[in-house]
Design a protein around this ligand. Structure first.
Ligand SMILES: O=c1ccn([C@@H]2O[C@H](COP(=O)(O)OP(=O)(O)O)[C@@H](O)[C@H]2O)c(=O)[nH]1
Length: 460
């Protein structure tokens, strides 16, 4: 069942070259794609705008370079190399993505050569009362960029930071203090910072940009079939669902704000996307425990039948520590846990008309992590059905002595994921999920899509 994803030793083949779409994905093939992107050259009219997209990237770099009078001495003589740095300031961690592109020929399409990725915990929002410390975590990550990018290219390499649910959930003045601090850190760096370089990204963009990343990496944006895959992203604070509806009814029956338009490679896409703030895995834990807006946190012990009966412990979520325990003389197990979890999902999550169908969704972030923790997939990811999450959630909750020892929250997390997929989004037991952390060695996250959006406005 598990999908083996090999990494090419040849750096040039790490990503599907835009000029030869589907190369990477057919080579590393996930046979469960609805349709494997065809390994043929796309129609010229499809290629052309992609050229524009990358030329825009080169232009940004160029203007920065003229400003600073720096020349690029690329270590690779075969072409011009340029970089982009994207920070993901998430609710549970901060991450740096350093993308290297190669423009082999001025008229040819540049290729995404590789990504350097590094993550630190906790997220910026945990430094809500100490913004300076928060800024330091970003300063540490910037050191990696300085090592990875040749000095000559620093001043023309854009650096951007986008914060997600963690900062969205903070009171405005706390979030602003953190943003201000981070802005100063980036301004002090030798990289190129645009005026809008530090911001809180809205949920619709978060969903759309992750969709762009995954469909780019899997070659779906260039295939003639126009088929794409949906994405499911489960963060700590929020969760996103994004897909390209096949049926008009999905669009007509969705709340208007759940439909987003954007331009990419000469196409306008109309996707279903929504970000549920407060429905990320860690925010959900707080809601399930009834700890979400509690102000007497120090004096309370938050109980749940999702924990092993005799469990007592502490958990730190978004910078606050909570005392938690099982219900010693009560009941534990899947059924009761499901009942607790239902309360934070029912009536909150909209069920799109179309997920009852047979489309494939790429699921990553905490979907991947928990599937991996419970042995449903190994580190390479794999293909699951929604029913696999349910089955494993039951096992985890009903054998708490075994799984609870690994992580006392496993039952709650797995039950939440099951409940979100089934009762929330309305997926069938047989819906296929492609659990993915990386595609061709590049992280599946909104960060690559956001880098494209930086270089050429997608007009989301
Ligand atoms: O490039 C990335 C970015 C994120 N993640 C994972 O995705 C989840 C992201 O949660 P985050 O804290 O960003 O939540 P949000 O703020 O979006 O709710 C965590 O499991 C991360 O390890 C990842 O694997 N690769």
């Amino acid at each position: 069942l598990h999908r083996h994803r090999e990494h090419s030793a040849n750096a040039e083949n790490l990503l599907p070259e835009v000029s030869n779409p589907g190369h990477g994905s057919s080579q590393h093939g996930a046979p469960t794609f609805p349709v494997i992107p065809e390994p043929v050259h796309p129609a010229p009219e499809v290629v052309q705008p992609a050229v524009d997209a990358y030329q825009a990237a080169a232009e940004v770099a160029h203007s920065a370079r003229t400003l600073h009078q720096n020349e690029v001495h690329s270590p690779i003589s075969t072409g011009r190399v340029f970089y982009g740095i994207m920070f993901d300031a998430g609710s549970t961690g901060s991450r740096i993505h350093i993308y290297k592109f190669i423009q082999k020929d001025p008229v040819e399409l540049p290729v995404l050569d590789n990504e350097i990725y590094h993550a630190v915990k906790p997220g910026l929002s945990s430094y809500k009362d100490n913004p300076e410390e928060g800024g330091n975590t970003i300063r540490q990550l910037l050191k990696i960029a300085k090592k990875a990018i040749p000095k000559e290219a620093w001043s023309r390499t854009p650096v951007v930071l986008k914060a997600t649910a963690g900062l969205r959930m903070l009171p405005e003045e706390k979030a602003n203090a953190l943003l201000k601090e981070v802005q100063e850190v980036l301004d002090d760096s030798p990289f190129f910072v645009r005026e809008d370089g530090v911001s809180i990204m809205n949920g619709a963009n978060e969903g759309v940009l992750a969709w762009v990343t995954v469909n780019f990496l899997t070659g779906h944006l260039y295939s003639n079939t126009r088929k794409t895959v949906g994405i499911l992203d489960l963060g700590g604070g929020s969760t996103q669902i994004t897909f390209l509806p096949k049926s008009k009814k999905t669009i007509e029956t969705a709340p208007v704000t759940y439909i987003s338009n954007f331009d990419l490679f000469n196409h306008t896409y109309k996707v279903y996307t929504h970000s549920y703030l407060g429905n990320g895995l860690y925010a959900a834990r707080l809601a399930i425990l009834g700890a979400k807006d509690a102000n007497d946190v120090e004096d309370r012990v938050f109980t749940s039948s999702c924990f092993p009966k005799k469990y007592r412990g502490e958990v730190t979520i978004f910078g606050t520590t909570y005392k938690v325990s099982g219900i010693p003389d009560g009941y534990a197990g899947y059924k009761l846990c499901y009942y607790e979890v239902m309360k934070v999902i029912k009536g909150i999550v909209h069920q799109p008309y179309e997920v009852k169908g047979n489309s494939i969704f790429y699921a990553f972030s905490y979907y991947f992590d928990r599937a991996n923790d419970t042995g449903l997939i190994d580190d390479r990811g794999g293909v699951l059905e929604v029913r696999d999450f349910k089955k494993r959630a039951k096992e985890v909750c009903n054998k708490m002595t075994k799984y609870g020892a690994i992580n006392p929250f496993l039952c709650m997390d797995m039950t939440y994921i099951t409940c979100l997929l089934k009762e929330g989004f309305g997926f069938k037991d047989s819906t296929v999920l492609q659990l993915t952390k990386k595609v061709n060695n590049v992280e599946t996250s909104w960060a690559l899509g956001a880098t494209f959006d930086y270089f050429r406005n997608l007009n989301i």
